[in-house]
Design a protein around this ligand. Structure first.
Ligand SMILES: Cc1cc2nc3c(=O)[nH]c(=O)nc-3n(C[C@H](O)[C@H](O)[C@H](O)COP(=O)(O)OP(=O)(O)OC[C@H]3O[C@@H](n4cnc5c(N)ncnc54)[C@H](O)[C@@H]3O)c2cc1C
Length: 304
């Protein structure tokens, strides 16, 4: 076993990195454990317009600044995946995919969330062959082609706007008759001639040969079924928290799998805190993930 940390932070997105900054500044021996690349979901958007202090900034640039700040203040970054936790005793332990074991006096869970699948037949079969969950990552493969986006929130709207910059045509497929996206995004969507919104419509099947070629659609009001030729389907129908790893740990989750926290970011287990998109906190954004991370760290420091 490695030696003892004061605070181990699981997840290197905005919540975990901010917790790292606050823990390090609070004089704690702290490490941020990240299974993939630093920045989490926030590293994906090409342009962030709503993070205070920056009119426009790329997601990678913003989160890399957070990483640099956390490291400069003394937080360690460990690249590995937490695969099991033992959280109820005074000394918290976690095991990683690389076979390491870490111990700490407190743990902050900043596990974030990932894209929720659509659940349509063909989705798994065509994943990576036209079905994607990240327009910023895969959009460029569809230059001068036709792309569809399924969803009606901010991520779907931003994906459609991003794809419209270089694809021939974008269909935004939404099951309701109005978008849930912010007014600013709704305005941009209606001003973009390449985007056509298919209202009251759901994707019932994804079909093709080697790659996606068409979608089967159903109108939720009339029941009419139609086919739409497309090269890609970007799925943006919501999030699912990365909390499956907590099964059996005793950490209380709500019915949707989000970690239940109070206003101090405490979970139901002593000296186990949570922050950001993996929690039941209301707004899932960078600014709130950072705020949660700061509160979790500050509570943890006080309680140690
Ligand atoms: C395409 C897109 C565009 C967005 N645009 C904006 C925007 O413009 N403005 C805005 O404010 N928000 C935006 N968001 C939302 C924002 O990115 C999230 O709210 C924010 O990143 C949440 O931060 P987090 O740290 O809670 O979680 P995440 O960013 O999800 O980070 C969690 C991290 O934990 C890691 N992790 C998970 N499980 C483990 C494990 N077992 N072991 C180790 N590491 C683990 C993950 O790999 C991940 O890096 C966008 C999201 C997406 C997907």
């Amino acid at each position: 076993m490695n030696d003892l940390y004061d605070i181990l932070i699981c997840g290197g997105g905005p919540a975990g990195l901010t917790a790292g900054i606050y823990c390090a500044r609070g004089g704690m021996r702290a490490a941020v454990l990240e299974r993939m690349s630093i920045g989490g979901q926030a590293a994906l958007p090409e342009n962030i317009e709503n993070y205070p202090g920056y009119g426009h900034i790329g997601g990678y640039e913003l989160t890399d600044k957070m990483r640099a700040q956390a490291e400069a203040l003394g937080a360690e970054i460990l690249y590995d995946e937490a695969v099991s936790f033992s959280l109820k005793s005074k000394i918290k332990k976690l095991k990683t995919a690389a076979g390491k074991e870490y111990a700490a006096r407190a743990v902050i869970l900043a596990l974030g969330a990932g894209a929720r699948p659509l659940g349509a037949p063909g989705e798994a079969e065509f994943a990576g062959r036209g079905v994607s969950y990240c327009a910023t990552c895969d959009g460029a493969f569809f230059r001068e082609k036709v792309a569809c986006v399924a969803g009606g929130g901010n991520t779907a709207a931003e994906d459609a706007l991003y794809l419209a910059r270089f694809t021939k045509k974008v269909y935004l497929i939404h099951r309701r008759d109005a978008l849930r996206a912010d007014a600013a995004n709704v305005k941009k969507i209606s001003a973009e001639p390449k985007i056509e919104v298919l209202w009251n419509t759901v994707v019932t099947e994804i079909a093709g040969g080697n790659a996606v070629e068409r979608l089967k659609l159903k109108n939720t009001v009339t029941g009419a079924v139609s086919a739409l030729a497309t090269d890609a389907l970007f799925v943006a129908v919501g999030q699912t928290p990365n909390t499956a790893v907590l099964n059996g740990t005793g950490v209380k989750l709500n019915e949707s799998g989000y970690i239940c926290v109070n206003e101090h970011m405490r979970t139901n287990i002593k000296r186990v805190y949570a922050a950001g998109d993996c929690t039941n906190a209301h707004l899932k954004q960078i600014v709130t993930a950072c705020a949660n991370g700061a509160v979790a760290a500050s509570t943890a420091i006080q309680e140690l």
